[in-house]
Design a protein around this ligand. Structure first.
Ligand SMILES: NC(=O)c1ccc[n+]([C@@H]2O[C@H](COP(=O)([O-])OP(=O)(O)OC[C@H]3O[C@@H](n4cnc5c(N)ncnc54)[C@H](OP(=O)(O)O)[C@@H]3O)[C@@H](O)[C@H]2O)c1
Length: 345
């Protein structure tokens, strides 16, 4: 019999979670078997349970943010060896998901964890960073700017203002850092005031209370910059934040969204609303992410990119459903929740 591991199963569409056993998969060509030490939670995980989106095959294993140690190397891989500490962006297929003790990682979307970073820090990076990157740099799922890891991209947008709605969110915190590397200035973010110092430490130049009215925010932004705002990244993308973001945009600006658009684009599309998709497993994103992975390991090592702050949930995989419930209730603020699958009893 093949070796068994523990996994957290969403038992049926919109059903309940339960820990059970499944076989440890074998890595194929271009894949790594990773023993997971830390898995981060994301809003999409509770949304899948709540509304049945994205996943069709049940019982299903969720989670895409993974950090662990390479246990076995598939054919054709020269860049990783057994024992490497890695972080990777998984997918919603049971063999590649995060909420289990072992997973298959696509080597192309995997990076080594530098010595100065823990598994929990590393697990907070993949989805948030990839979503921030896609919105800013993808031609298909974003506004197609030149990424800072590509030739000529570093600080290319110096002097251009950017507004980030939801600067304390996981996605928002990586948008701020990438905006800094792209040279945007000023970098204006909205958040709860208690996160101001943290958000400024990532590179925001101005932080405004996320509860300000659209008019008050517009007045505050116009005091900071007289240039038209051509890029608003709405990391939250609720109808209310989209409306405020849209109202801040200059005549030819783009509003990048993490959820489907609820704002109505202008006739003739002078201003654009662009929903992003931070998934490396789709063909349209592959080259973008293989470019960023080449640089990401170095950037997290030298502190250029800071992982999210995190809180470790108790009880291994068993602790995840309560964490997702806190997220659903909007009780997670300026922090990423992570779980330790190996601690499952
Ligand atoms: N399209 C994609 O590929 C993709 C990928 C990843 C995520 N997403 C979506 O993007 C959204 C953000 O994900 P995430 O992981 O970054 O979330 P998260 O970190 O869990 O979000 C929590 C944060 O949201 C902030 N927030 C809530 N309402 C806000 C508002 N009205 N204005 C400003 N900030 C607000 C809170 O800020 P304060 O604590 O400061 O109040 C809190 O820090 C989710 O809807 C998620 O499903 C989409």
């Amino acid at each position: 019999m093949s070796q068994q591991q523990k996994a957290l199963f969403l038992q049926s569409k919109q059903g309940q979670f339960a820990v059970g056993s499944r076989s440890i998969p074998k890595p194929g060509r271009g894949e790594l078997l990773v023993k997971i030490y830390s898995a981060a939670l994301n809003p999409v995980d509770y949304k899948i349970q709540e509304s049945g989106i994205f996943v069709e095959t049940y019982p299903a294993i969720l989670g895409v943010d993974i950090a662990g140690i390479v246990d076995e190397v598939g054919e054709g891989i020269r860049t990783f060896v057994k024992g490497d500490k890695v972080f990777t962006h998984g997918s919603f297929s049971n063999d590649q998901a995060a909420f289990q003790q072992f997973t298959l990682a696509v080597a192309e979307f995997t990076a080594k964890i530098p010595e100065n970073l823990g598994y929990d820090d590393a697990a907070t990076i993949p989805l948030g960073f990839d979503t921030a990157s896609a919105g800013l740099y993808s031609d298909v799922y974003g506004i197609g700017l030149t990424p800072p890891w590509a030739e000529g991209g570093f600080k290319k947008y110096s002097g251009n203002p950017i507004v980030i709605m939801g600067g304390s969110s996981s996605v928002g915190s990586y948008v701020i850092q990438l905006a800094r590397l792209s040279g945007f200035s000023p970098i204006i973010a909205t958040a709860s005031p208690k996160h101001e110092a943290y958000i400024k430490s990532l590179g925001a130049t101005h932080v405004f209370d996320r509860h300000l009215s659209a008019d008050d925010l517009k007045a505050a932004v116009s005091k900071v910059t007289s240039s038209p705002v051509e890029v608003v990244y709405d990391a939250i993308s609720l109808p209310g934040t989209q409306q405020v973001g849209w109202s801040l945009l200059g005549p030819k600006g783009a509003l990048i969204l993490t959820l489907p658009a609820s704002v109505k684009e202008d006739e003739g599309k002078e201003r654009r609303a662009i929903p992003t998709f931070g998934n490396p497993h789709v063909q349209q994103n592959k080259s973008l992410y293989s470019g960023s992975r080449a640089k990401l390991g170095k950037w997290v090592e030298d502190g250029t990119i800071k992982p999210n702050r995190h809180e470790v949930l108790p009880n291994g995989l068993e602790g995840i459903p309560k964490g997702l419930e806190r997220m659903r209730r909007g009780e997670v603020s300026g922090i990423k929740l992570v779980a330790h699958p190996q601690d499952t009893k």
